[in-house]
Ligand binder design. Sequence first.
Ligand SMILES: *Cc1c(COP(=O)(O)O)cnc(C)c1O
Length: 459
Amino acid sequence: MQAELELFQKLSQKLLHHEKQEGVVKPIEADRLLDTLNLELDSQGLDREPLENLLEDVVLSTPRTSTKLFFNQLFGGRNPKGTLGELLAVMLNTSMYTYKVGGPQVGIEKVIINKVCELLNFGKNADGTFPPGGSMSNFMAMLMARDAYNRDIKFEGVSEKMLIYTSEASHYSITKNAMFGGIGIEQIRQIETDAYGKMLPEALEEQLEKDIKAGLNPFFVNATAGTTVLGAFDDINAIQEVTKKYKDLWLHVDGAYCGAVMFSDTYKHLIEGVEKADSFCFNAHKMLNVPLSCSILITKEKHNLKHSFACEADYLYQTDDDDYNLGKTSLQCGRRNDALKFWTLWKSIGTTGLERMVDQQFKLAETARDYIQNHPDYELYSYEDSISVCFNYKKIDPKDLCNSLYEDGKLMVGYGEFQGQTFVRLVAINSNNQEEDILNFFKIMEAYVEDKALELITT
Ligand SMILES: *Cc1c(COP(=O)(O)O)cnc(C)c1O
């Protein structure tokens, strides 16, 4: 193992060095990948040196999500403390299903969940888990809602049409989950949003009344804290006002993207009313820059987690109280340790440190919006209180611009679409960035456009 640890050090140092020199790697075209890198598997293994060289080639030609030129997705940057925790989790290689195997790691997970429940005022019966990502957090919430609506479904299966309500700007995992959960895509009501990307509570109410009048069975309402494109926050209080009239409705808040505003005194008002929801999730691998993936789901009533996810298995649960056998509340059996990396970060910088990270992202987004608004060649499509900054530049086709920047190895940034408009989406989620890094983004993009003016398509 010693040799591998040394090689790990060496390759990591090389990567860090290269990241500094070159924030974006020129992509290898997908259909040329197997000709470029020796990825195919053979009956004979590679010797130490060629393996080392191959690993180096693979590492150095992989897209760099941790540099100051990556604005492409809802994660980015490398948090050193989070990375340390992740590396230790790999070394320990525990599974989180039982206390017997996880030991203190189980305690670490429980401490985080309890603290999150406390910070959100979820009450003394609340509990949670670390699902494998935000999509799966939303899935677990939907399953709890389904089983709370009808406690026999887990025995008998779904036998009636059950309706889901979510905004048209919500994440596509809601659709996937309706497929997996036996609910069906056609039972989703996509509720209209306003110009800011927030669900219209009156449209929700109208749809609910119509469906109930028609004898249908609404069971799940999903509100989003940070929509995937515009970063908009649904008004949880207003939505809850509507849902509370219907006692069987479960209210989930999908905070995968921006639920971590809970850590900021300045921005937690964006999820005001969250304590009235039945469940809530956020991804620490998004705003908190913890390595992928780290997602937390909490729910008001612990018994709902148990009802939907506990199953007896004598070969597994042999010791300890079920409160410490976390396999009784999880989707999978063997489960990786996603808690240690978040705990290492949280422990090292405290809750106020998490707050600074969140605040920094809003500050960076403001810098970007200010820049855009002060430069007449730009058009802005997003709003305050969002870390997604959406814009177009010189009427250049945003897909063409983003794809060219990527292919030429200049910047990683993506485009999005909302209400018929397509635009570049700059995600200000890397809290290691400073304002000058944001300004540098615009400088690189503008110089590139000047260089390529004739080749880029304008709309
Ligand atoms: C990212 C995101 C998800 C999905 O999270 P994964 O961890 O990628 O599965 C769900 N909802 C919203 C709003 C998101 O932004």
